[in-house]
Design a protein around this ligand. Sequence first.
Ligand code: LLP
Length: 416
Amino acid sequence: YPMPTLTGDAALQVEAVPLTAIAEQFGTPTYVYSRAALTEAFQAYQHALAGRRASICYAVKANSNLGILNAFARLGAGFDIVSGGELQRVIAAGGDAAKVVFSGVGKTSVEMRQALDAGIRCFNVESAAELDRLASVAAECGKVAPIAFRVNPDVDPKTHPYISTGLKNNKFGVAFDDAIALYRKAATLPGIAIKGIASHIGSQLLDPAPAGEAAERVLTLVEQLATEGITLAHIDIGGGMGIRYSDETPPVADDYLAPVLKALADRSEEILLEPGRSLIGNAGLLLTRIEYLKPGQEKHFAVVDAAMNDLARPALYDAFHEVVPVIARDLPAQTYDVVGPICESGDFLARNRALKVADGDLLAILSAGAYGMTMASNYNTRARAAEVMVDGKQCHLIRERENIADLFALERRLPD
Ligand code: LLP
């Protein structure tokens, strides 16, 4: 893993900051990110794309904290958004709306108007009905909407069914066989300007081949459109590159993109990418403290102060996150389920882990930078965690811990 690292006295640190110091200053649970790690991940993509006209549009849903968006904006990133809310975040974080692509099957008229006013780069249109809606919204505000169709290439990404999105039987994108007719129609609409084509086949992809196949399939459409005089400025190949959670061996960006770049080698269109997890997943961890060790007859439990409301992935997908004690102890290892205080059997962060720990110890839940905080909730009226960005020796609070009064500030008692 790129982070955290061990110090000489066997305590974990992120860059030059010990996790013990972060826990002391900000409390727990706290998400901790490494600016160096996210920068390195971004630069790995830039390296893979060197010599190609390309734009890396960070998928905001993976982690939408303003501090993180700001770090990516400063690296020159564009952004892939899925809501008007994410657009507002990008702008508030100093991102450039002209580098934003807007994905999603359910864009509302209000969101379309917002995005047109902001001057985004492209709407990735996912249905015929959405095209009609966008054309009329654009006409109402006297604007021309730049579009790509998100085409479903029907390629099996070989990943978890919940996060596989490019197969025929899911809700995303327009069917491959309908794409040409939709482009023909779009070309006749005054409020619409055809800019590109998009596809996204799934997430946590460990095999580079399916992305290459998808690019080849998309390219056949691009060539067919060209014969009809419909030319495109960009080809958006989506996100999806996987990361290491336990013993996976994910490709590096160079290898992941090789089949795509090969497929598109003779093309002059700009390549767009929408990576999320691979840019931020391994650049973040969730720091939590053991409240109680609870020995059981069948198994032992480490009850921690983080829970499924902070990190939903284990409960939701049975996802594996590595758990590492912040301070190494000379104790016999015991097998624990690491669980939170929430009243659900599904409230676990890790199961059957051999740990050498005592009451009050800090644990780092690794690879939690992507789809961690963005999927957090307030279930059990739990304030969401603080978020901290480490940058060398410095440590920036990028989100305060919520306070409970804020959680019900929008609620009202009934009238007397
Ligand atoms: N573009 C589109 C259109 C997407 O739907 C997604 C992710 C991405 C890009 C970014 O994919 P990435 O590079 O992060 O794989 N909550 C799940 C993951 C859901 C992914 C949804 N779409 C998880 O925690 O594993």
